[in-house]
Design a protein around this ligand. Sequence first.
Ligand code: KE4
Length: 426
Amino acid sequence: MTRSEQLFERAVKVLPGGVNSPVRAFRAVGGKPRFIVKGLGSHILDEDGLEYIDYVGSWGPMVLGHSHPDILKAVYDRMVNGLSFGAPTALEVEMAEKMVSMVPNIEMVRMVNSGTEAVMSALRLARGATGRDKIIKFEGCYHGHSDAMLVGAGSGALTQGEPDSKGVTKGAARDTLMAQYNDLASVERLLDANPGEVAAVIVEPVAANMGVVPPKDGFLQGLRRLCDKHGALLILDEVITGFRLAAGGAQEYFGVRADLVTFGKIIGGGMPVGAYAGSRALMEQVAPCGPVYQAGTLSGNPVAMAAGLAQLQILTDHPEIYTVMETSAQYLANHLRAAAEKHGVDLQVNQVGSLLCPYFTDTPVDCFAAAKTSDTKKYAKYFNEMLLRGVYLAPSQFEAMFVSSAHTQKDLQFTAQAAEEALALV
Ligand code: KE4
């Protein structure tokens, strides 16, 4: 048995599925997860000494690659003076000021400890600020595991959502309505059917939890228009796109204005962090200065702030990183398309900025229904052939490839070659 297999055998005895987050268990692709012991730049090393080019990057946080020296130094310098106080620190102020300086349309920020917590809090704020109960989300978009977001399309599609997980009550799901991504009419129908009741529309500006599905031209601007018309808030869930698509995230990249924005991943530099942000008028409705309660023992943790701030500072000082990452992702997308063409494999490759996703289907993927036409068995075969060749991809068809600034030309060429071989076998 390999060391990873031995560890997994122990893990399943004490951790549900042997993991602390379901997607890591490799259930969508078969086989057993690799236990990682080290990350450096664009590479990770597993417990059996096998090295991989990493396109998961902790699901987005490692936009500069692993173990960036400036981030490690910032963490070290902070931690030697104490890890957590539950009292204000200067770093929290610097982090909030930094985010406000980088992201359009936000005046205030509240730090939390995960993307889930950021979304849960932003939804409560939207409901508190508007006095309305209902939320519109999109089928196939993921916003963390808070009850109101674990909802599937209800039978009465224009009325109530149905729980999408055991343990989520009908009451918790009732006020969540489901629309279709890239389909403005589906949003308008819900708004018209629930006049004056929708507090907010929440959307991933790039749907990166159904693979990678970019917004059609005008989709996000259309949501802005519909929200304004119906008095609902527009929440952009930028847990993935924030500080990744551009320094100002999707608001800058697509030129759309959100009322509230949620963040995670990159702002933690690899440490557990989330945040939600918006105008002063909205954010000052949050406790202790307003009636919307939200709190957290480790919110704004100084070590996590040090890591996140160091990462944001590097992104500010080196804006060319965004062009480099987009060019790298385009290189991979082009080589995947060429290899699929060569081997007669039905493959659609979506790419936006440093995010990309190959779908094993002949249907262009511009919505959730199209994404679901992908042959997930072929993806699993592709995943395992790439893993065998030292390329670590998302262990699920419906996740993104995350390119970092640390991926070198050598990494990209190696990956293209591996894909050429793997696609010949699917
Ligand atoms: P966390 O609670 O996992 O920090 O963030 C939840 C979340 C919210 N919004 C968006 C757009 C997200 O993508 C996520 C979490 N992303 C997944 C990967 N697609 C996390 C991976 C996992 O669940 O292990």
